[in-house]
Ligand binder design. Structure first.
Ligand code: TRP
Ligand code: SF4
Length: 364
């Protein structure tokens, strides 16, 4: 069982073997202009992504739904989701961004007013700064609590989901509060509502998520089947991305500040954090010259891979220099730090302009 509200580390191989998630690698050749996260294997798995490839190829309508739970500060790992939405936006998708204030309330105890504030000041502001364009027609951002269509649909869908199922999927038990019990249905409705007639009717839909969200995806796909006759739903697709490693080697988590680079960190702080990150370097310089470093076990390299180096060739060069012992971690960190600084200077500047724009996103 995977618990979407806990923070345990995940075993990606196991997910593929036990839960029927398919390796993304196999599809790569069929995608015309794959995104960086796809090319680099950071998006490692999928369900039914073939449907989306078909829509991309035929330039027919498809939707992307990816929610955010406004429960804390955004760290650099959260940037991955935004990068994906931006890619899909360029590809002409309809974008839906639910803000999970109902989930934050029932699973984390965040008040609704607080959720709205965090969503605007932290999430949407950063989304804009990272390059997402909220001025386009085909992007829908909403608070779950304010979306009547989603709530109405969730209630209807609940008719065919029972308690035993919720226990089996989420490990809910006798002391789970009732709001929490209900909240997965809201997420199911987030994902399915773009297929309602008012939103243009049935269409392929993809949900890019971290693997912790897979229980919701499985439930959604089951429910879509159950209501096929009623709503004509096309079973939604999903993709799964790896989590980013924290600065100290474990999971990056907003609730453990030492592990995270926050998007609102100043360029100086972000740079300093990279310099203290755990590397895949050897015990001594001598040894590193002889054996090379281990980039696959290096937080700095992962940062380059996910976020800092767009050019595949440049990245391959760094990898080679590292594994052949031609570059030492000190110098490599310096280079990464200057890239981090650039990125964060850019973000800080953009965020200044983004604040006013963000306020408009949730109006009307
Ligand atoms: N549960 C998600 C999270 O914890 C947020 C979310 C709400 C979501 N609705 C969604 C994710 C729909 C994907 C699709 O962050
Ligand atoms: Fe990581 Fe760079 Fe050291 Fe290689 S040289 S282990 S990539 S910090």
């Amino acid at each position: 069982m995977i618990d979407p509200w806990s923070s345990a580390l995940v075993d990606y191989e196991k997910l593929i073997q036990q839960f029927g998630i398919k390796p993304f690698q196999e599809l790569l050749g069929d995608i015309e202009d794959p995104s960086l996260l796809m090319r680099r294997g950071i998006i490692f798995g999928h369900r039914d992504f073939g449907r989306i490839i078909k829509a991309l190829r035929e330039k027919s309508p498809f939707a992307v739904v990816t929610g955010m739970m406004p429960s804390g500060r955004m760290h650099i790992g959260h940037k991955m989701i935004v990068d994906q939405i931006i890619w899909y936006q360029k590809m002409g998708a309809e974008i839906y961004i639910p803000i999970a204030d109902m989930e934050a309330y029932s699973a984390r105890g965040v008040e609704f007013e607080e959720s709205r504030k965090i969503a605007l000041e932290e999430y949407i502001t950063n989304y804009i700064a990272l390059g997402l364009d909220f001025s386009l027609k085909n992007i829908n951002t909403y608070l779950q609590s304010e979306n009547q269509d989603v709530n109405y649909l969730a209630y209807q869908l609940g008719r065919r989901v029972n308690w035993n199922e919720m226990k089996a999927i989420y490990g809910f038990n006798g002391s789970t509060n009732l709001s929490h019990l209900y909240v997965p249905l809201i997420q199911v409705a987030d994902i399915l509502h773009p297929q309602l007639e008012t939103y243009g009717g049935p269409k392929p839909t993809v949900v890019p998520v971290g693997p912790d969200q897979d229980p919701h995806i499985r439930l959604t796909r089951d429910i879509a089947e159950r209501f096929k006759n009623r709503f004509n739903f096309i079973t939604p697709s999903s993709t799964y991305h790896r989590f980013i490693t924290g600065l100290t080697g474990g999971k990056m988590s907003s609730s453990k500040p030492k592990t995270a680079i926050f998007l609102t960190d100043s360029p100086e702080v972000a740079e300093k954090k990279i310099r203290t990150a755990k590397t895949g370097g050897r015990e001594s310089l001598q040894e590193q010259k002889k054996l090379g470093g281990v980039p696959t076990d290096c937080v700095v390299y992962e940062m380059l891979l996910y976020h800092l180096v767009d050019d595949d060739q440049e990245l391959a060069e760094i990898y080679k220099q590292c594994t052949q012992g031609q570059i030492m971690c000190g110098e490599c960190k310096m280079q990464a730090a200057s890239k981090v600084r650039e990125l964060f200077e850019h973000l800080t500047r953009k965020r200044e302009q983004a604040r006013d724009e963000a306020l408009k996103v949730l109006e009307g």
